[in-house]
Design a protein around this ligand. Structure first.
Ligand code: ADP
Ligand code: MG
Length: 591
């Protein structure tokens, strides 16, 4: 997995994988289940033994009292058996829940960070679903079947004791079945893996369609998308079919062999009985015993797909959780308040190991306003993400009052970083929750302060539910400009030291722009560093420094007027109207 991510996590090697940790209490419980399984399997001998006694003792002697006594004995043993089976299945179903409970929070948080850490690769990883698969398998009939399989030699051993020839026939049958299981496992591995991959792509396709719902409807893309979906779904179904065909085929073969074996034992037993080597009771008991010995194998084959799927899920979870930032007790450093230094930083888009932005160096101080300008695709957003720690610097360091971001506990970062992403999304929740970033310690004053700074307070209170208006997927939709202003308030919440606004004015009207300019000014006066990425000059009216990027490289950094003179002036002479419009063509054509 992304080498850069692992490089940045010291001490990882010495630590146990969270999956291993989550399973450790379960492992002890598995021992308990193994003991219960042992007793259950001993009690399962009740049937054949009862049969043996009825045939050889009761029928031979014709004694009804004997029948009653062994009947009562058998009933008691069956009762025990039933109770233990119930206990075992309850333990197993709780084990699945325990593992889930221990991992789900971590898995959810890792799942949230995957897109920024792995980029495009993240689409095929669905750790939450993987955990579901593991839990479902653990809570289902699969593990019980697997726990019963090891007792096969016990049953076969008893059959051997009845008569070596019977034992040999039984062992031969068991060997054939085990070989078939091995073959099944070998053959079904790749279809199962393919199916998981296709399932991931399918889920991504569903999300894609929902996200672009408006475009799909407006431009009549429905049938084109359905064709694309059908092709993908066809692949998915085909691998599913192959996987279940295999399992079905092997299941049937194994079941048939078991029936044949049972009759073969009976036949051999009958022959031995005719030779007076064994009694008819032994013949019947051996037949039942063999079938009993092989039953869990058949069960295990039926559960095999679940087992394989959950094993793969577990492996993916292990890999994915390596990416997790395990918070070792980090020092409670004071919040930065003075400088941010960027030293020869190289960084790339999410999950890419090739740096797009190269060799950026700058130093900014409390109260500074920094405008980042440059044509589209010049790396402004990429650099902004590195600045707020959403993507790691692949080379070089960014220091906040001398310390790298990793030295603060993750939840502390929000207290000194405010970020308005270019492709902003609000969360499903109330406006107040969104502005307060869902913090448990949010106070109304701070929320309202941020909203007023972003000049969105009046707009919010004008809504029928005010700050409690539910927005996001399940609630009221705000206009793009309104969303941008709520997101601006979210970035300003708690007066962070560093505020990075990625094209904050792209959807704003004149009034919104004025509010933005005012907010930037106020935040700078309070000692924050405000970094604004802009296409239109109005947003950088209140900054004093400019970083200009071109094709990922620094084309200038310094006092605003100097840099603007350097990069924009030549074009301004050629096309005087340009400076009031946008930086885009001006900057790209300027040098
Ligand atoms: P800007 O914000 O200046 O318009 P970006 O930083 O968004 O530019 O993009 C810089 C470069 O990185 C572009 O060449 C773009 O194609 C590439 N890029 C941006 N986002 C991604 C992504 N998620 N995956 C791969 N490449 C990306
Ligand atoms: Mg951008």
């Amino acid at each position: 997995m992304a080498g850069a991510t692992q490089r940045r996590m010291p001490g990882k090697d010495g630590q146990q994988n969270p999956v291993t940790r989550a399973f450790s209490p379960v492992r002890t419980a598995f021992w308990g289940v193994a003991v219960v399984s042992f007793v259950i399997n001993i009690l399962m001998l009740t049937g054949p033994v009862f049969m043996l006694q009825v045939y050889d003792r009761v029928l031979a002697s014709g004694s009804v009292p004997t029948l009653v006594v062994i009947g009562i004995l058998a009933a008691v043993l069956y009762l025990f058996y039933g109770v233990l089976e119930g206990v075992r299945s309850r333990i197993l179903s709780r084990l699945g829940q325990r593992v889930d409970a221990r991992l789900s929070g971590l898995v959810y948080s890792v799942s949230n960070s995957l897109p920024t850490k792995l980029g495009k690769q993240a689409a095929r990883l669905r750790p939450v679903q993987d955990l579901d698969t593991v839990r479902q398998f653990l809570s289902g009939p699969g593990p019980a079947a697997i726990f019963d399989v090891p007792w096969l030699p016990l049953y076969l051993g008893i059959v051997f004791l009845f008569h070596p020839l019977l034992g040999l026939v039984g062992a031969g049958g068991a060997l054939i079945i085990c070989a078939l299981i091995g073959l099944n496992e070998w053959l079904s591995r790749s279809p199962a893996e393919d199916a998981a991959g296709y399932a991931g792509r399918r889920a991504a396709e569903v999300e894609n369609g929902q996200r672009n719902s408006e475009a799909v409807t407006a431009m009549g893309m429905q049938s084109a998308l359905v064709a694309k979906w059908d092709a993908q779904n066809g692949d998915y179904l085909a691998t599913q079919r192959r996987a279940s065909d295999l399992t079905g085929l092997f299941g049937t073969i194994i079941k048939t062999i078991r029936f044949v074996l049972q009759s073969a034992i009976l036949g051999v037993g009958a022959w031995l009985a005719i030779q007076q080597e064994i009694t008819p009771g032994v013949m019947i008991a051996a037949s039942i015993m063999t079938s009993r010995a092989l039953a869990p194998i058949e069960q295990a084959v039926a559960q095999w797909r679940g087992f394989v799927a959950s094993r793969q899920s577990l492996r993916r979870l292990r890999d994915v959780l390596q990416v997790a930032d395990t918070e070792t007790d980090k020092m409670d450093l004071p919040l930065p308040a003075n400088t941010i230094t960027v030293e020869q930083v190289f960084c790339g888009p999410f999950g890419e190991s090739m740096p797009y932005v190269q060799n950026v160096t700058m130093e900014v101080f409390a109260g500074d306003g920094v405008g980042i300008i440059g044509p589209s695709g010049s790396g402004k957003s990429t650099f902004a993400r590195a600045l707020v720690g959403a993507v790691p610097a692949l080379k070089g360091v960014i220091r906040y009052d001398g310390a790298e971001l990793g030295q603060w506990p993750a939840e502390k970062r929000g207290e000194f970083i405010g970020y308005l992403p270019q492709d902003l999304q609000l969360f499903d929740g109330t406006i107040a929750e969104n502005i307060a970033r869902f913090r448990a310690d949010a106070s109304s004053e701070k929320i309202i302060e941020a909203a007023k700074l972003a000049n969105v307070h009046d707009l919010i209170v004008a809504l029928p539910d005010g700050y409690n208006t539910v927005i996001g997927r399940s609630g009221r939709a705000l206009s793009a400009g309104q969303r941008q202003r709520v997101a601006l308030a979210r970035a300003l919440y708690g007066n962070p030291f560093l505020i990075v606004l990625d094209e904050p004015n792209s959807n704003l009207d004149a009034e919104g722009e004025a509010a933005l300019t005012g907010a930037i000014k106020q935040m700078r006066e309070r000692g924050s560093i405000v970094v604004v990425i802009a296409h239109r000059p109005s947003a950088i009216a209140t900054v004093d420094k400019i970083l200009c990027l071109k094709e990922g490289k620094m084309a200038g950094f310094g006092p605003k007027d100097d840099v603007l003179k350097q990069v924009v002036q030549p074009v301004q002479r050629a096309r005087p109207a340009n400076i009031t419009g946008t930086f885009g063509p001006g900057v790209s054509g300027g040098y």
